[in-house]
Design a protein around this ligand. Structure first.
Ligand SMILES: Nc1ncnc2c1ncn2[C@@H]1O[C@H](COP(=O)(O)OP(=O)(O)OP(=O)(O)O)[C@@H](O)[C@H]1O
Ligand SMILES: [Mg+2]
Length: 481
């Protein structure tokens, strides 16, 4: 089983608080939903299967944290998570890109997730194996069963530069008291030490690398074609032979990274990974359906045209998946009964009640997210672990520049963001991104060419200087801020 941290609802909210300002109701709902999965798994088995997740509908204007909450939640839960745009299933040309593909994508994600966890666990062993392989290339082992020649693995890497530069190898020629084998062993030992110490990292070697197994070909098409695409790909993969390799020159350091991955891949049990992933997807998977309001059909709209039919079609397709059905993926069947679905949308035009009733019923929890004001912006700029101010600080820190902000400066940035939202268009906290990038534009260009090292304090004056003209000129701010 996975090692999901069993956070309580309040702990979950506390964790989310590190990243998301305000939106208490939404955080509370997702925290409960997440904890409910643990509750279900630990409930009496006789009723466990009956407990279905309470899917959530997040309603709120753009840029107020809907996606961010879901994303953070999935991270916290270490759960397979994907985000899809509902509107993409209504694109012209197909009556919905096969809606089931979202479950396949989630499964794919689950597999990657579990595999990389497993690879992480075998990392030490994989590193050892990788080092040995590099050693084999540097000092090809002697083939004792053969005629005393070096093994068939002999290759151009056992180049003369190694032999002449290193006394260990020189003794290969002089020492007669030792068997070749012993000598080879000793040389390897010395090289192993050097290798471990990273002394050989820059040396170039030739490595046999696996070519990515399947050709990068995808077949897109409506509906069932997707399944066919997968099979076709597998078929082609098999046709072209699995063990395709090619030789590439690279540094030892590079080779190490590459071979660790290859060795780790070999060390993990793939069937186990698939089983674990399928289980995790079915029990803990989260699918975030963005722009769900775009597939609702506004009741106020008069005549119903093609798009509306298509939208309703998507809702109908969505229904069985959200209600619980079995989807065929290339790794096996995936039951969607216990996957948590979080729908999200602004619902400016259409209302949740414009969704078909069955679908409304599958999203029983409604939470509204508030639009953000100047005060919120101030907090968003200063509090979250990943606050934009800290991101820019870190970026310039990498250049040897220490950035600090006065409190007044941050207040001014918040004020400007709020003002532009009011005057141009309310895009929520996304406005902070554009404001901050304009603020730093000049500095980011000047470093390190004109400004090398030092400390820079961003104060209110600097903020005004960089942004005031943009804010004042409405035409300009429409394009830039
Ligand atoms: N309440 C918040 N606290 C901290 N950061 C926020 C908050 N709301 C939004 N942000 C930041 O603003 C950006 C956009 O937020 P997000 O993607 O969650 O918007 P959204 O509500 O999903 O909007 P849309 O409806 O357009 O998809 C993200 O970078 C996010 O970090
Ligand atoms: Mg979003």
């Amino acid at each position: 089983m996975s090692k999901t941290p069993h956070l309580t609802p309040q702990q979950i909210v506390a964790e989310l608080d590190h990243y998301i300002i305000g939106q208490k109701a939404a955080k509370r709902s997702v925290a409960i939903a997440l904890r409910n999965r643990w509750r279900r798994m630990n409930a009496d088995p006789s009723i466990r299967e009956e407990i279905v997740p309470n899917n959530i509908l997040m309603i709120g204007p753009t840029g107020v944290g809907k996606t961010e909450i879901a994303r953070r939640l999935a991270k916290l839960a270490m759960a397979p998570f994907i985000k899809v745009e509902a509107s993409k299933f209504t694109e012209v040309g197909y009556v919905g890109r096969d809606v089931e593909s979202m479950v396949r994508d989630l499964t794919e994600y689950g597999i990657t997730m579990v595999k990389s966890e497993m690879q992480e666990r075998v990392k030490t062993k994989a590193l050892e194996n990788a080092q040995e392989r590099i050693l084999d290339i540097l000092i090809p082992p002697i083939n004792t069963k053969g005629l005393g020649f070096q093994s068939s693995r002999t290759n151009s890497n056992a180049d003369s530069s190694i032999a002449t530069n290193h006394s260990a190898t020189e003794s290969l020629h002089s020492a007669t008291t030792h068997s070749d084998e012993e000598l080879n062993q000793r040389t390897r030992e010395r090289f192993r030490e050097k290798l471990l110490a990273g002394e050989l990292d820059d040396r170039k070697i030739e490595v046999e690398v696996k070519k990515s197994s399947s050709p990068t070909m995808q077949v897109f098409g409506p509906g069932g074609m997707e399944e066919m695409g997968i099979n076709l790909q597998e078929m082609l993969g098999n046709l072209s032979g699995k063990a395709k390799t090619s030789k590439r020159k690279m540094s030892v350091a590079e080779a190490r990274e590459l071979l660790i991955d290859e060795e780790a891949e070999k060390l993990i049990n793939h069937d186990e990974a698939i089983q674990e992933a399928l289980e995790r997807v079915q029990k803990q998977g989260i699918i975030f359906i963005d722009e769900i309001d775009k597939i609702a059909v506004s009741s106020s709209g008069g005549a119903k045209g093609g798009p509306d039919v298509s939208r309703q079609g998507v809702q109908r397709d969505l229904l069985p998946i959200v209600e619980g059905s079995t989807v065929n993926t290339k790794y096996g069947l995936v039951k969607t009964d216990h996957i948590l679905f979080i729908g999200s949308g602004a619902f400016h035009v259409a209302k949740p009640s414009d969704l078909i009733p069955e679908l409304q019923g599958r999203f029983p929890i409604r939470v509204e997210l508030n639009s953000l004001n100047e005060e919120d912006f101030y907090s968003i700029l200063s509090e979250p672990k990943n606050a934009l101010t800290k991101q820019y600080e870190a970026m310039l820190g990498a250049e040897g520049i220490t950035i600090s902000y006065t409190d007044e400066a941050i207040r001014e940035l918040a004020r400007i963001a709020a003002e532009v939202n009011l005057q141009v268009e309310n895009i929520g906290a996304r406005r902070l991104h554009t404001v901050m990038s304009s603020l730093f534009d000049e500095l980011l260009f000047a470093v390190p060419d004109d400004i090398k090292e030092g400390e820079i304090t961003i104060d209110k004056h600097y903020v005004s200087q960089q942004l005031e003209s943009l804010v004042k000129d409405k035409d300009l701010s429409q394009y830039i801020l």
